[in-house]
Design a protein around this ligand. Structure first.
Ligand code: ADP
Ligand code: MG
Length: 745
């Protein structure tokens, strides 16, 4: 996957080799000027001094002030990572990790993947030379499974902490532990070496340890730090003894960065850690609300964007929508409508429409950061990625639909589902604030003032809302036996933990005592997919269809492979018919992958476009497949194919997705067996109208109704056979969503 960043070229990159060096120099010069103009620049020395003086520092700063791009560079330059240590900077969002890494590599004049890299699931662009690593919070958690003391890191920066993603919350608890252990080990080491120290020789230290130590001595830090820790954590000295491997690692510096003024909570959590504020530069933003509620926010967004384009002087427009499909369809409409404007926009301006969302390939993501061509303005159609994670220069106008797609666990449904929900007031403010970063701006909220007043002030942390299966599994694998007793900043509901423990037990990942099973549990914790899909892989390997199971999981993890150009529905339907598998959507996806692989490599793009297939999605799936294969091989599992027999694949699906099994009801709806929830088959499913008796599905999507998306036919009798623990328990407990509360804890 390292190839990703090589493919990516901005529009400004010149092909002529002779100009490269001069271009690069000019670009660095321009970026240096931009850096010096950022609000954080003036505070840089004070910030570095604070980071040197405090092992844990909370940094709060206005969005766009330069926290994410500048602070890691400043700390590296100041020597806080020693000679070879790493600075890790975690992001809740993949897009942010990738685009910021690219930007910082440019600023430092290095190739992405060298001194500056990124690491996200299924895509790693780092090397032995990497010193600054932007990564998703989930990736750092995975690293902790392999290296519990995170020994390669001198500094960890938890960025976007205000987002309170599940992984960020778990990471904060974990980092607190790691920091304590490393600090203790370091202190012990200092004490042992005390006699040598007043000679001022430090031969036993590596050079970077020495640097760090001498700086701290200058500032009289060790004592101060010790005091603070002793006051802040009375349990400090009770925690586990240092392992010998931690001897030479040295302490871990931790920065928690947030865009909103909730520093108090973070500071409290870290025993009264120091918090600093970085002032941003903001201009007034005029906020406009609609007078009446809008019936369809997409239509409203289309009208509002066009109206801004026609009525308002130059300046880019940022539109907040909820997801990829919406963005792609609005992009098409906007392009058509803008092209049809007889006199163009304000003053004859043209409109360049640019989408930005997670599934977009990196080379398209970077386009939003480039200035619009002369005579044009940009309309950027974004998910909430553009709220605080990334800052796009040039924006003067914001159009806010007021909605966001959020993953949430519903106790009633017994499953996570993606839902479009209203934003919080805090999010609405962040969104409109994006219009005022460079000059006074305007924000158009597509909802009434009353509707704004009725919004919740903030969004509850994700950990209180989602399925905790993979998090609980990871904590168990990290050696946290009592998950409910883990030091969470905000503990998840007990019932959610219990439910996850039950699920993991049913999957065979935990034994009756709640301990990780050495085979299934350990393997599931290592696989980079949800434990339910991990189990599909293990079951597939056990029954001789690992190849199909991996292809299936890869296809489900990639983006939508089916391309549906507007106005060509008939052609699409007749072409697609040959792919449709009578047993369901997952098997259909498998068939598409198989067909693709049979086409000669150089003819694949043509094949894809003839068949209305998104080749990017297939290539990504191939990539993911290759990585999963690496994981299964390293677990020593057999990589076999079951050929055209689809029963083993269906059974492997059941072995993992059994909590998503549903039975047809007399009225044609489906009842999720585990929870009793009534759902409908998604209109896009190949099984629609086929009335299969029993199915498993990938996920629930709520639009006008509750839909089960990606559905495969199964045999009901497989369920007790393949998931005995689950269905036996459910039968005994009378199939209640809250069944067995406390059974395992
Ligand atoms: P913060 O983390 O404080 O929100 P950032 O470090 O992300 O701020 O951004 C600082 C500045 O750098 C912003 O003004 C933004 O416009 C600019 N910037 C960040 N990323 C890019 C990029 N990929 N291309 C161009 N400008 C960028
Ligand atoms: Mg940031």
């Amino acid at each position: 996957l390292k190839s990703h960043h090589k493919r990516a070229h901005g529009r400004n990159s010149r092909p002529q080799p002779g100009f490269d060096a001069a271009d690069a120099a000019a670009k660095r010069q321009r970026l240096a000027v931009e850096r010096q103009g950022m609000p954080i620049w003036a505070a840089r020395e004070a910030l570095v001094a604070e980071a040197q003086a405090h092992h844990t520092l909370i940094v709060v700063g206005e969005t766009g002030s330069g926290k994410t791009t500048q602070i890691p560079q400043l700390l590296l330059e100041a020597g806080l990572a020693g000679q070879r240590g790493l600075i890790g900077c975690t992001q809740p969002r993949r897009v942010a990790a990738v685009t910021v890494a690219r930007r910082v590599a440019d600023e430092m004049g290095v190739q992405l993947g060298q001194q500056v890299g990124y690491s996200i699931r299924f895509d790693d662009a780092t090397s032995a030379a990497t010193r600054i690593k932007y990564m998703t919070d989930g990736m750092l958690l995975r690293e902790a499974l392999i290296d519990p003391l995170l020994s390669r890191y001198k500094v960890v920066i938890v960025d976007e902490a205000h987002e309170r993603s599940v992984h960020t919350d778990v990471l904060l608890g974990l980092l607190k532990q790691v920091q304590r252990r490393r600090h203790q080990a370091w202190q012990q080491q200092q004490q042992q070496q005390q006699p040598q120290q007043h000679t001022n020789s430090s031969k036993d230290h590596t050079q970077h340890d020495y640097q760090q130590q001498s700086r701290q001595q200058q500032e009289g830090q060790p004592q101060q730090q010790q005091q603070q820790l002793a006051n802040g954590h009375s349990h400090h000295h009770k925690s586990s003894s240092s392992s010998s491997s931690s001897r030479h690692i040295g302490p871990l510096r931790l920065l928690v960065m947030s865009a909103t003024l909730d520093a108090g909570a973070f500071s409290d959590y870290f025993g009264g850690a120091r918090a600093v504020w970085v002032r941003g530069r903001t201009h007034p933003v005029t906020i406009m609300n609609t007078a009446q509620p809008e019936e369809n926010y997409l239509d409203a967004a289309l009208c509002a964007t066009l109206q801004v384009h026609v009525d308002e002087p130059a300046g880019d427009i940022l539109v907040f929508l909820t997801g990829q499909e919406e963005i792609d369809s609005l992009a098409r409409l906007l392009q058509e409508r803008a092209a049809a404007l007889p006199e163009g926009g304000y003053g004859g301006l043209g409109l360049e429409v640019l989408p930005i969302y997670a599934a977009l390939p990196p080379e398209q993501q970077v386009k939003v950061f480039e200035p619009a061509p002369a005579g044009m303005r940009k309309a950027i159609l974004a998910t909430n990625i553009a709220e605080t994670s990334i800052t796009i220069p040039g924006v003067r106008y914001v159009v806010d639909t007021g909605f966001v797609k959020a993953r949430g666990y519903s106790a009633k449904l017994g499953a996570d589902s993606l839902q479009v929900v209203p934003v919080s007031q805090a999010q609405a403010r962040q969104r409109s604030g994006r219009a005022g970063r460079e000059a006074p701006g305007k924000a158009f909220r597509l909802y009434t003032e009353d509707a704004f007043a009725a919004l919740p002030a903030t969004t509850p942390p994700e950990i209180t809302r989602v399925n905790l299966g993979s998090v609980v599994l990871q904590l168990k694998a990290l050696g946290v036996e009592d998950v409910a007793g883990f030091d969470f900043m905000q503990p998840p509901p007990r019932a959610a933990i219990v439910r996850s423990l039950e699920l993991l037990f049913a999957l065979g990942a935990l034994d009756g005592k709640g301990q990780l099973t050495p085979d299934t549990g350990a393997a599931l914790a290592r696989l980079p997919v949800d434990p339910m899909y991990g189990k599909v892989l293990l079951a597939g390997a056990a029954s001789g269809c690992a190849v199909e199971a991996m292809q299936l999981v890869a296809m489900v993890s990639s983006e939508n492979v089916f391309h549906n150009p507007r106005g060509k529905q008939d052609a699409v339907n007749s072409t697609r018919a040959k792919f449709l598998h009578p047993e369901g959507d997952q098997l259909t996806l498998l068939g598409v992958m198989a067909a693709f692989l049979q086409v000669e490599r150089r003819r694949r793009p043509e094949w894809a476009s003839d068949n209305f297939i998104n080749i990017r999605a297939l290539r990504k799936a191939q990539d993911i497949y290759a990585q999963l294969k690496g994981h299964l091989s390293s677990l020593g599992l057999p990589i076999q194919s079951c050929g055209s027999d689809c029963v083993p694949v269906q059974r492997a699906l059941v072995a993992g997705l059994f909590p998503h099994a549903a039975k047809r009801q007399p009225d044609g709806t489906y009842r999720v067996i585990a929870t009793g929830q009534i759902v409908h088959l998604h209109p896009s499913s190949v099984l629609r109208g086929k009335a299969p008796e029993c199915v498993v599905f990938s996920e629930l999507v709520r639009t006008t109704r509750q839909y089960a998306r990606e559905v495969t036919r199964i045999q009901a009798r497989w369920l007790p056979e393949l998931a005995p623990a689950f269905f036996a328990a459910k039968a005994g407990a009378g199939v209640a969503a809250e069944a067995g509360g406390g059974a395992q804890s």
